[in-house]
Design a protein around this ligand. Structure first.
Ligand code: WAQ
Ligand code: MG
Length: 640
């Protein structure tokens, strides 16, 4: 007959002259599995998060097989709780459900246990402790999973399987009504309630991360004179538990995974049917007025590279120089270790360019908006936001948890009416300077006047204004010849500047505040110093070569004039001209036909613009020639 052995491991280290427990575990295995079991136990002792032990004690005993009790694992379920208080309340409820009196007191006792090796044995009526050694408690031993797969699978500690084995043994002890448990591991907050009726009920959050609380209480319901029988069973009875799984039942959300994947496929198909599915064109080679797509030359009317700086030799040289001098990665967030000279230089330069005290830069324009709005507004604030604002503004508003009030596009009367409804509101008015899908310009003078009157701060997004509007490309304030400025001017280096990244320019207090509060800034690695250097070069070129901005503005006048000649009303003061087509499918079709003619004009659809207002969006560049502009108008007219 196959012999069964018990293996017990106990590891300890010396601390302040006393022996401190590090780890303990046991196995009950057939003879053939003794050596691997011993190895796995020693391994576990050597690699425990409590530290390296000085002593590892391994005891191997032959068991009397006739004495082994075989039990089926308790059924398992999981209750997901979000706070430790919710978890503790659940634990009380479950105990009451099975008629345990004093449930609150008992759970309260569990939450005070620290550093016991064994469990409390608690009289459920009198709350007396029945263990002989109350410091150590009752230690349950001689138990394991019957299946070798489970025994062998956890060289690392598997909290769940081990706890299920122990609980299954414990609830079958004479006079034990239930067991409750919290792990003593500081980073494992899951615990359980077990009883014959309830099964093994896991509660996902019972204590705070980092808490040293942890222990077990065996709830005793019977004549105290019989307690020896219970303790004897717990300490000495060999038990093999059958049907222990390696992982608990999945959470309900996870259980739905297969059908969720089907839903995702359905949604994708629906997008395709509605002409809303997106795929990407592959641009080969560099950006410019001409690009290569599928090895064909294509005339570009779809890029934000307005001043043709993305492939400018000086930007490339600045990037390479910075790359040689500072390397590729910044290695850390700006606040920790990634704040390098090119970042600081860029921030002074962009502040100077926008005429503000200070500036902060971000890895992308999206992150600048999200971070800045989330930093400056919070619960209880009101944000008044133009209905056509960019998605990054919308997302920043949502993230801030402020109350969001959307006003009609560029409608200052509507804005003021809405502000009046929130008299004395603290908050912000936020608007694009140039609207990215319509190319029109926010009525900044009125917007500033109204905001100021009602004590609201203003954030203006100059992503498509920087390097584009104003006589020398300085943006919306220059466009309106304003001396007063919005409180925050946001913008990007990714468009006219020809590089990458976002920025916010403002007074130094506001910038300091954003640095301390904007999560997209705090928790992102600093952009590459080489990219920051490229951005600085781009801004310097805009400042030293105002003819680029002039030529872009001249091109837009020309484009509108040629459209007018063809009987199409067109008007824009920015670099963007929308040609509204309405239906999603029509916009897609037009864009495809233009591409066949060798011209890239992008179709813009829902959700970027409202449903049924799909359009072609012509984006001009300073470097487009008159012939090229004529060509795009002619082609569009052919298909309209
Ligand atoms: N007998 C009696 N009490 C014990 C024993 C034992 N063999 N082992 C541990 N204890 C007591 C002791 O006071 C410990 O401090 C306390 O229990 C917690 O032990 O996801 O990890 O080994 O379903 O930290 C439960 C949830 C994890 C598992 C339990 O307990 C899940 C856990 P730990
Ligand atoms: Mg533990």
């Amino acid at each position: 007959m196959n012999k069964i052995y018990s293996l017990k491991m106990r590891a300890a280290k010396e601390l302040d002259g006393r022996e401190k427990h590090v780890s303990g575990a046991e196995r009950l295995v057939p003879e053939s599995a003794v050596i691997p079991a011993a190895e796995s136990l020693v391994n576990r002792a050597l690699h425990h998060s409590n530290g390296t032990p000085d002593i590892i004690n391994l005891k191997i005993e032959l068991q009397d097989r006739s004495d082994i009790l075989h039990l089926d694992a308790l059924p398992v379920r999981t209750i997901k709780t979000h706070t430790s208080q919710e978890g503790q309340e659940k634990m009380c409820e479950l105990l009451k459900e099975i008629g345990v009196p004093h449930a609150e007191e008992i759970v309260g006792m569990l939450l005070k246990i620290r550093g016991m090796r064994g469990a409390m044995l608690l009289d459920s009526c009198t709350l007396e402790r029945l263990e002989k050694d109350p410091l150590r408690g009752v230690r349950v031993t001689y138990m394991d999973a019957a299946e070798s797969a489970v025994r062998n699978s956890n060289p690392e500690k598997n909290h769940f399987s081990e706890a299920l084995i122990l609980a299954t043994k414990v609830v079958h002890a004479p006079n034990i009504q239930a067991e409750i448990c919290i792990s003593d591991d500081t980073d494992y907050c899951t615990g359980y309630v077990a009883s014959k009726e309830l099964g093994y009920v896991r509660i996902t959050k019972l204590k705070e991360q980092g808490s040293r609380v942890g222990g077990r209480i065996f709830i005793y319901d019977g004549d105290q004179a019989d307690k020896e029988k219970t303790i004897d069973y717990l300490e000495k009875q060999s038990v093999l538990v059958h049907g222990v799984s390696l992982t608990p039942d999945k959470f309900p959300e996870e259980a739905h995974l297969p059908s969720r994947i089907e839903e995702i496929r359905d949604d994708l198909n629906k997008l395709k049917e509605k002409h809303l599915h997106r795929s990407m064109l592959s641009i080969e080679g560099t950006q410019g007025t001409h690009v290569k797509i599928n090895e064909n030359d294509v005339l570009m009317f779809s890029s934000n590279n307005y001043l043709d700086l993305a492939n400018d030799a000086r930007l490339k040289a600045a990037t390479v120089e910075a790359l040689e001098k500072y390397g590729v990665g910044a290695g850390g967030s700006r606040l920790i270790s990634g704040n390098m000279q090119p970042h600081r230089d860029l921030e002074s330069l962009v502040a100077k360019f926008k005429g503000t005290e200070a500036a902060i830069t971000f890895a992308t324009g999206y992150m600048a908006n999200v971070g800045c709005i989330q930093a400056l507004c919070g619960e209880g604030d009101v944000i008044f936001s133009d209905e056509l604002n960019h998605a990054s503004i919308i997302d920043g508003c949502r993230l801030s948890r402020a109350h969001i009030v959307v006003y009609k596009h560029c409608d200052m009367e509507d804005l003021e009416n809405k502000i009046r409804k929130f008299s004395n509101a603290r908050g912000m008015v936020v608007s694009d300077a140039v609207f990215s899908m319509d190319g029109d310009i926010a009525p900044l003078p009125e917007l500033l006047e109204i905001s100021k009157r009602y004590g609201l701060i203003t954030l203006i997004d100059e992503a498509h204004a920087t390097g584009v509007i104003g006589a020398t490309g300085h943006g919306i304030c220059e466009h309106f010849n304003l001396t007063v400025k919005p409180d925050i001017l946001m913008g990007t280096f990714s468009k006219a500047v020809g590089s990458q990244g976002g920025f916010c320019c403002a007074g130094s207090d506001i910038i300091d505040y954003i640095k301390n509060r904007a999560r997209s800034f705090i928790f992102s690695t600093a952009p590459s110093p080489a990219i920051a250097a490229a951005s600085s070069e781009g801004i310097s070129i805009i400042m030293s070569e105002p003819w680029r901005v002039k030529s872009l503005q001249k091109n837009m006048k020309l484009l509108c004039k040629i459209f007018a000649k063809h009987g199409v009303a067109a008007n824009s003061d920015s670099a963007i001209l929308p040609v509204i087509l309405g239906e999603e499918s029509k916009a897609m079709e037009m864009s495809l036909k233009l591409l066949q003619d060798g011209i890239l004009v992008s179709a813009i659809r829902y959700p970027t613009v409202k449903r049924g207002s799909a359009r072609l969006r012509i984006a001009l560049m300073a470097a487009h020639t008159e012939d090229e502009i004529k060509r795009v108008v002619k082609s569009i007219n052919k298909y309209i």
